[in-house]
Design a protein around this ligand. Structure first.
Ligand SMILES: [Fe+2]
Length: 309
């Protein structure tokens, strides 16, 4: 056993109120406890994002992962360049806290996966010779839709100064697997069994940092609708609507108040058994998207390493 999925992240931000506004605009539910703000997808017990107020620029505090057999993981961590560390101040004593080879903090918790509630109505597309939707419109009047609510945090994308070394730690120490990659600049890591195409994505940078958090919504329409609405409210950068080659998901990214990104996604590849999956090394032309608008100039800038030029 090993890592089976992502639980959430904790980030240090200079202004609680700004963060609370952004994530509630994105459709998460906020709760203040112990001086922090927990942001949950509706119906989820675990917060997807925890905001810790701290002076200075936004900083990733830790990534929470669901995992099994924590003792075995703890035994493997030192041999792969990481270390088991003490429980950080202000956090509970459950689970296992570790740092990877670059000092990135992970909290592993032995919790079973929660079954996803199925969508009320599957996305139905009429195609040549395959009509599946008759006598009804796919689209309703624009003002009739409720706000988009993310269903769960699906993956976290992290910056690292050494993609191969970080991926080696996730696979060797945490039992994850590399689903696909792009040269030495991107690696997409999944759980070994029953996993979204990626749970942790790694992108090359001069320093560690958080590139984006990605939330699953019901269907591609919600990706576009949610993306447009949040982009208008947030007032910063956006990239979408588009579709990735790697992972196949539809995406719409909205820039958060600190320069990182919030992604709505739908229809990601699923890997039931990595041993039966064909891992591919893609070219740079497939690194970002299969199709979509051009990304903003600062889409892959690591604001935790310094301001954009
Ligand atoms: Fe993503």
């Amino acid at each position: 056993m090993a890592v089976t999925g992502v639980l959430g992240v904790a980030i240090e931000v200079p202004d609680h109120a700004v963060g609370r506004q952004f994530y509630t605009d994105a459709g998460l539910e906020a709760e203040t406890a112990d001086g922090r703000i927990a942001l949950r997808c509706a119906g989820n017990a675990e917060p997807s994002v925890t905001l810790i107020e701290a002076a200075g620029p936004m900083r990733l505090h830790h990534v929470g992962l669901r995992a099994g057999e924590l003792d075995a993981i703890a035994a493997r961590v030192p041999g792969h360049g990481g270390k088991v560390v003490a429980v950080p101040t202000g956090f509970g004593g459950d689970g296992l806290w570790i740092e990877d080879i670059h000092g990135v903090l992970f909290h592993l918790v032995d919790k079973p996966a929660v079954a996803e509630a199925p969508v009320a109505e599957p996305f139905a597309i009429n195609a040549p010779g395959r009509v599946v939707r008759v006598r009804r419109s796919a689209m309703q009047p624009v003002n009739s839709y409720p706000p988009v609510r993310p269903r769960r945090l699906g993956h976290v994308a992290l910056f690292t100064p050494d993609v191969a070394a970080s991926a080696g730690f996730l696979t060797g120490a945490l039992g994850m697997a590399v689903a696909d990659s792009v040269a030495d600049v991107l690696a997409f890591c999944c759980a070994a069994k029953d996993s979204d195409h990626h749970v942790i994505a790694l992108a090359k940078s001069s320093a560690t940092g958080m590139h984006h958090l990605s939330f699953q919504v019901a269907d591609p329409d919600e990706v576009g609708r949610g993306g447009n609405t949040l982009a208008a409210k947030a007032g910063k950068g956006q990239w979408g609507f588009g579709r990735h080659t790697i992972g196949s998901n539809f995406f719409h990214y909205i820039q958060d108040p600190w320069g990182s990104w919030f992604e709505y996604y739908s229809d990601m590849d699923f890997i039931d058994d990595h041993a039966l999956w064909q891992a591919t090394s893609y070219g740079m032309e497939d690194a970002l998207a299969n199709w979509g608008p051009p990304p903003p100039a600062d889409f892959i800038h690591n604001y935790q390493a310094g301001p954009a030029a």
